[in-house]
Design a protein around this ligand. Structure first.
Ligand code: FES
Length: 117
């Protein structure tokens, strides 16, 4: 019982923040959005689904949203590290630390990211 109360408090601290309309980002592209000053790379996969990860490569001060979308990965343009868009884990060097991922919701052609302040 105590555990579930704790879980519900954790749930309540997350908010779904509207970041753009679905038409603002074409399939196969990434867009930099900001929530409370935190940059996030919003990616639209070729099948139309969305993913969101931190918009900072774990190898350097590079915006991942300026990189290349391929299947369910986002490649940093600077040195080629590819990040799994489902887990944030780098699949290739030189990056070796994961970046955070975020839940994306779509409702009535509007895109929301679940964000915990
Ligand atoms: S800054 Fe991204 S791979 Fe080096």
């Amino acid at each position: 019982m105590l555990q579930s109360n704790k879980d519900s408090r954790r749930q309540e601290s997350k908010s779904a923040i509207r970041v753009c309309a679905t038409e603002d980002i074409k399939p196969g592209n990434a867009l930099r959005v900001t929530i409370e000053g935190h940059p996030i790379a919003l990616v639209r996969l070729n099948d139309g689904d969305f993913r969101a990860i931190d918009d900072k490569c774990s190898h350097g001060e590079i915006s991942l949203s300026e990189g290349f979308v391929e299947d369910e990965t986002l490649e940093c343009w600077a040195h080629g590290a590819k990040f799994d868009l489902n887990t944030g884990v780098p699949l290739s060097l030189p990056a070796y630390e994961a970046v955070s991922t975020y839940e994306v919701l779509v409702e009535n052609d509007e895109v929301f990211i679940e964000y915990e302040a």
